[in-house]
Design a protein around this ligand. Structure first.
Ligand SMILES: Cc1cc2nc3c(=O)[nH]c(=O)nc-3n(C[C@H](O)[C@H](O)[C@H](O)COP(=O)(O)OP(=O)(O)OC[C@H]3O[C@@H](n4cnc5c(N)ncnc54)[C@H](O)[C@@H]3O)c2cc1C
Length: 292
């Protein structure tokens, strides 16, 4: 078990780890996929680099700095998070390669949004379009649903739904078919035109004019983002950001969020400051539970 797990190895996550590890807390960083920082050609407005530095170099330096002080760093895609009740560990993080538990958890996953540009998605959010199988699957028991996506995250959502709903199909929306095979799960790769219905989702219309009747569309495109995972835990979000107080605490004890995923100024300097605060608060939290 870890004291602290941090999801994300950008400036926010690494900064948090520098505090928790140096406070002797066993810290794990898990990261997968692109950080915004890697996309920045040259960072010229961050302290200490007289000629600026490429985003890619700064990202790699950050990860090495964390590793050099003993932070464990794993490059694995996170597909699920759970809260554990009545156990020493409070959180379990599931990646495509394993499960890891911790006393405190820090979200530092940036602000990539996974909402696909398909007509009808926004209109039917909460009326048949869901972003969380574990939260909403029960409402679709004995119904036919689809999962939109083609990667590991989509498969993880299918596995959540498979024992609850009547049938589940994977719609890749033009992406190639995943390797996943199950007798009762159909895979459709045709590009999607629109999600339609009267008051709730009723069918998916494909670009070739064919349709598929469904009661629910579970969106799980690409890699799970901070909002997807926050929703699984019941964490409050607003305007596509995780809601935190001035100490980076979410509404859930032991869970912190920092950097771009909490909104505000989307810059390295702010992400680093947020990460430091989240790290310090996680330290206080763990010391408190040890002393109680
Ligand atoms: C093109 C561009 C140029 C920019 N230029 C500047 C600039 O000049 N100056 C400046 O200050 N800022 C700049 N920024 C913004 C800056 O890059 C971000 O504010 C900063 O990187 C945010 O840090 P973060 O740690 O919150 O998130 P990120 O750096 O985005 O890191 C997110 C981390 O989460 C991980 N992650 C996400 N999902 C998962 C998952 N499911 N499983 C495991 N890991 C996951 C990613 O792998 C990554 O490690 C720029 C951004 C872009 C896109």
């Amino acid at each position: 078990m870890y004291d602290v797990i941090i999801i994300g190895a950008g400036p926010a996550g690494v900064s948090a780890s520098l505090y928790t590890q140096r406070a002797n807390l066993k810290t794990l960083i898990i990261y997968y996929g692109k950080s915004s920082l890697q996309k920045a050609e040259n960072i010229e407005n961050y302290y200490g680099f007289e000629h600026g530095i490429s985003g890619k170099d700064l990202y790699e330096l950050g990860i090495r700095q964390a590793q050099n002080i003993g932070v464990e760093v794993k490059g694995q895609e996170v597909v699920n998070v759970e809260q554990l009740i009545n156990e020493d560990a409070r959180f379990r993080v599931t990646t495509v390669e394993g499960k890891y538990e911790s006393k405190a958890l820090i979200f530092a996953m940036g602000n990539e949004k996974n909402r696909p540009k398909i007509k009808g998605i926004e209109r039917f959010e909460g009326k048949g379009v869901s972003y969380c199988a574990v939260c909403d699957g029960f409402f679709y028991r004995n119904k036919d649903v689809v999962v939109l996506g083609s990667g590991n995250y989509a498969i993880s959502e299918v596995n959540e739904l498979i024992n609850v709903v009547k049938s589940v199909a994977i719609l890749t929306n033009g992406e190639s078919s995943p390797e996943f095979r199950a007798d009762n799960v159909k895979i459709e790769t045709k590009p999607i035109e629109e999600i339609t219905g009267k008051d709730r989702v009723e069918e998916v219309r494909f670009k070739d004019g064919t349709t598929l009747k469904t009661s629910g569309v579970f969106v799980a495109q690409g890699v799970a983002g901070s909002l997807d995972l926050a929703k699984k835990l019941g964490v409050i979000t607003k305007n596509n950001n995780i809601v935190v107080n001035e100490n980076m605490e979410t509404n859930m004890q032991g869970l912190y969020a920092c950097g771009d995923c909490v909104g505000g100024l989307l810059q390295v300097s702010k992400a680093v400051g947020d990460g430091a605060k989240a790290g310090m608060e996680a330290i206080k939290f763990i010391r408190k539970i040890h002393n109680s």
